[in-house]
Design a protein. Structure first.
Length: 201
């Protein structure tokens, strides 16, 4: 786990990026050590991710006809595998494409900002899941709110690309689309392996 000071400083930077502040990147440690430590931010994502996973499990089990391939053990492995693959795939893909795209010099800074930004990005989904689990939101309303939040998060990811990479509009938008597409592909592939479908909004 990164130290408290680094967590506070990095999440402050992520929030400044969300607000589109031009000096937001100064809060991040973009050294080689800071780059690798930023991947530990996954530990801060786990509580909200767990809430989202539990709410998905509840919706699956309340379905009139749950998938035959669904089981608690396979569900846990599914969610763990999805999180890990989603966490590392874009950094690997972008590492291979950074030079051709002309962003090799800013690659590390972008990944650091993306990793810490993900902590903020998942927080509202965790809150929505918690409200659903406590009975304050129906499944349908929780899904609608989640879609609205997703739009905000897509904008956030765009701002991260713009500020961290110094990318133009086209490259930043393309990177956000690629990140989203990779995430969808990972979810679809892992679900197919385990033989069930998540609840549809």
């Amino acid at each position: 786990m990164p130290g408290r000071d680094e967590i506070v400083r990095s999440l402050t930077g992520a929030w400044q990026l969300f607000l589109d502040r031009p000096d937001a990147m100064r809060h991040f440690d973009v050294s080689v050590e800071g780059f690798w430590r930023s991947f530990r931010a996954i530990l801060l994502i786990l509580p909200a991710y767990l809430l989202v996973a539990i709410s998905e499990r509840v919706q699956i089990l309340t379905d009139a006809f749950p998938d035959a391939g669904f089981g608690d053990g396979s569900f846990v492995v599914n969610k763990a595998l999805t999180l890990v693959l989603d966490w590392i795939t874009l950094p690997i893909v972008l590492a291979l494409l950074a030079r051709p795209l002309g962003v090799g010099r800013m690659y590390a800074a972008y990944i650091v900002a993306r990793n810490w930004g993900a902590v903020l990005a998942i927080a509202p989904f965790g809150l929505i899941a918690l409200l659903f689990l406590l009975g304050f939101l129906s499944g349908e309303l929780a899904n609608v709110i989640s879609l609205a939040v997703l739009v905000v998060i897509v904008r956030f990811n765009y701002l991260i690309a713009r500020r961290a990479l110094g990318a133009d509009i086209g490259l930043a938008a393309g990177l956000v689309i690629a990140d989203f597409a990779i995430s969808l592909a990972i979810v679809g592939a892992v679900d197919a392996i385990f033989g069930y479908r998540p609840p549809v909004p």
